[in-house]
Design a protein around this ligand. Sequence first.
Ligand SMILES: Nc1ncnc2c1ncn2[C@@H]1O[C@H](COP(=O)(O)OP(=O)(O)OP(=O)(O)O)[C@@H](O)[C@H]1O
Ligand SMILES: [Mg+2]
Length: 250
Amino acid sequence: MEIIEFKNFGAYYGEKKVVNNVTFPVYINKITAIIGPSGCGKSTLLRSINRINDEIPGFKVEGSLLIDGKDVYKDVDDLTVLRKKVGMVFQRPVPFPMSIYENIAFGLKIHGVKDKSKINKIVEKTLKEAALWDEVKHELDKNAYSLSGGQQQRLCIARSLAIEPEVLLLDEPTSALDPIATQRIESLLERLSEKYTIVIVTHNIAQAIRISDYIAFMFKGELIEFGETSEVVRNPKNKLTEEYLNGKIG
Ligand SMILES: Nc1ncnc2c1ncn2[C@@H]1O[C@H](COP(=O)(O)OP(=O)(O)OP(=O)(O)O)[C@@H](O)[C@H]1O
Ligand SMILES: [Mg+2]
């Protein structure tokens, strides 16, 4: 079942159209990877889902983008509600300049959770979900910046999970990490997809093939191919997809 649908979706920065006529579904509790060469519009598509691009002057969209059947740009006027439903993790981990504990508690407080024992429980639960608990449980009051890059990224994932999103968006979440930290994030995402819908942008074709259930291949603002990952890899319908997967372009 789909939770998100792009329908003839397009996006502009000012007069420049960077996403054109994109139509594909994002299925619930699956990992969808958006892949394609630099500048093809991957981040723009991803950032449209939680309307984080609204902050860029001149950004506009056309067509529709539905979440649970509701148009994100037409039927949603409370962005806080949208962003609670759709969490986001960025390329570089950006913890808040505070303790590990507070990094998670902070967002909860913003969303109105005040009860200390409830916060404690959620901190533990989400750090466990993000596979970080065992490494930090004795030093929750340590500054988040003292963690390694991979740990910081897992903390950012835990922070997103704390507000119980349905969808988790990740824009190249491992490109700043070493192979071991990358591997940990990949297996974490596979585990999380049992409970969450995941949309990940990645430059790393091997990573997309390893972890995604569906692939959307973008090229110059257009969606060239969408399908089940195994099918797209085994039997790409478009020559461009085949060339990209074989490292011949981008
Ligand atoms: N804030 C912005 N203002 C103007 N143009 C932008 C802005 N952000 C992106 N663009 C342009 O939109 C197009 C798509 O960019 P986008 O960041 O979505 O691509 P991408 O596929 O994520 O690329 P990369 O793999 O390099 O991250 C590019 O031509 C880019 O120059
Ligand atoms: Mg990008």
